[in-house]
Design a protein around this ligand. Sequence first.
Ligand SMILES: [Zn+2]
Length: 713
Amino acid sequence: MTQGVRLTGRERAGTPGAIMGAARARKTRAAVRHATSCLYLVTALGCGTMWRPVATRPPAPSVPAGVDPEALDRSVDPCTDFYDFACGGWAARTSIPPDRPAWSRSFSEITERNLAILRESLEADAAGHFEPGDEEARKLGDFYATCMDEEKAETSSAETLRQEFARIDAITNRESLARTVAALHLRGVTALFAFRAQQDLRDATEMIGAADQGGLGLPERDYYLKRDAKSVELRRRYDEHVGRMLELTGESHRAAAKHARTVMRIETALARGSMPVVERRDPYKVYHRIDREGLGREAPVFPWNVYFVELGYPGITAINVAVPGFFAQLNQVLATTRIADLRTYLRWQLLHASARALGSRFVDEDFRFTAVLTGTERLLPRWKRCVGATDQVLGEALGKPFVRKTFALADRARARTMIEAIERSFDANLAGLSWMDAETRARALEKAAQIANKIGFPDRWRDYETLEIDRTSYLANLIRGAIFESRRQLDKIGRPVDRTEWLITPPTVNAYYNPSLNEIVFPAGILQPPFFMAAAPDAANYGAIGMVMGHELTHGFDDQGRKFDGHGNLRDWWTPAVAEAFTQRAACLVRQFDAYVAVGDQHVNGKLTLGENIADQGGLKLAYAAYRGTRGSATITAQTGTFTAEQQFFISFAQSWCTKRRPDLERLLANVDPHSPPRDRVNGAIANLEALAVAFSCPAGSPMAPPTRCAVW
Ligand SMILES: [Zn+2]
């Protein structure tokens, strides 16, 4: 890569591919989060041959672009609570659908539209309405149709599960345990620990193995360890849930209850060895190139050679052992737990990962516990679950018709123009930062210039040719999809890095920055109204998607991203004084967000959300500067009511974050989500920007024009 030259994905050489485990969504998203900074956490438990899109623009959905007067609450003073001013009207007439844990004016509305488009395409495929010989359409149709077949879930999937259980039941010693753990890992079940491929953090040109903590059934380690009444109650409900699920597989009530306690004991021990989520934000803390030898030293009782042979990669030696202490703890667990108890634990892990593909009693019980965590009242309709599952297993095949229907080349060009304007704003802003020195500033400019932009859809689509899908068993299709994905991932080890790959699928309503590739990625799924519309006024586009673009760019310079250089290598390129100034400025944001209340007595975690808050802060500032830049010295007439162009920019921003969440979900997210609640994302970022106070003539000292402001970038 040439320094100082911005390369796009298209201009780079690479091999075909993309990512995404076919395991459960929650695990896949966790894996994505590990390496990247997504814009938004989509659900409660987690961040989807050359081909051309249409040359003309598809019909636009009937969503207002720019300020939505109906969403406003004009009784609220914008200088007191900007979020309530922008979203109060929307909130008053919007209720969360019973089958959703939250509802947002942008993410959820777009997701629903995208789901409907994908469904139409999948139902046509399932009915055989595709060109003869179109193997991808055939696979999409077969996968979706088998998922939709409830009868087969009761019969064929149950039979598949029985066969999978038989492998676990045959474990008699540590060797057969290691073989079975490898088989489960290939199936996307993260039993005991996780193993995947990753770019070496210090040498981003090299693909190595990564052994990491894992093996839990609850969302995060703290769920097992916290002693407050809520956590104790959640653990009781989880224990009960594990017992009920095991009972459904044919165990007696008594045996299942006993086995649930065994599961709880093993998972709690694994949780004790796990690194807390805030600590994991520091890439240095999850980087230990002690390789296979070091892994063997940490956990000598596990037969690693047997494991790697069964995995199909006996020669792997280059391994990042992300959390060595976890493997020492795993060793302890394996040394002190009876084989029969480990079989019980593995049965649960497999069952937990397979529940959604089984009969209705399993699906209902699985949902019952999801409801405990998120407060959701009703299970999503089957077709929505099946569209989601197809997106996970065949996402880039499903993405093609989606892009064709929703995204035009003109959209890509427009989005690219906006990103480039925001990149220019970043450079200009950098020149004026008082806390920078010349040396660090030059390196920051160099890194910014090396950021690659991916917009809409991959230039090189994933090849699903070797993935077998048929109409026999839904669970068998999921397992084949998971194995296909695991092999695709692990095959990368020792090969050149694929710079064309996408970590989420084109229909996904999200965006991300990936520090190891130093790239920002915006799928067609989010380049939709109200975030983006090629024909919308600049104030609307820059306020909504422009802020998102600036957000992702700023991730390259947040508390995590700043530790990587323009080539994606973990390397300190900061002079000590500037690094110290950064830390001081970041500490201001930590204090600001620590003070916000997420729900009840639970505060936002300023350290956990620091990277996202830095990105929001920088993103809004850059988008505003880029928007001002598009106007030059011309005056733009207000187009909506009495709002000036600047006011429209800020309202468009805030209205793209109008959200309602159930309290249980709010509590869950406060524990695991690196993003602050939408209200605080909006008001927190806005209060820090003087331009808002100017645009709305806010008196000094009002909540949106505080006497002291936090600013990193
Ligand atoms: Zn983000």
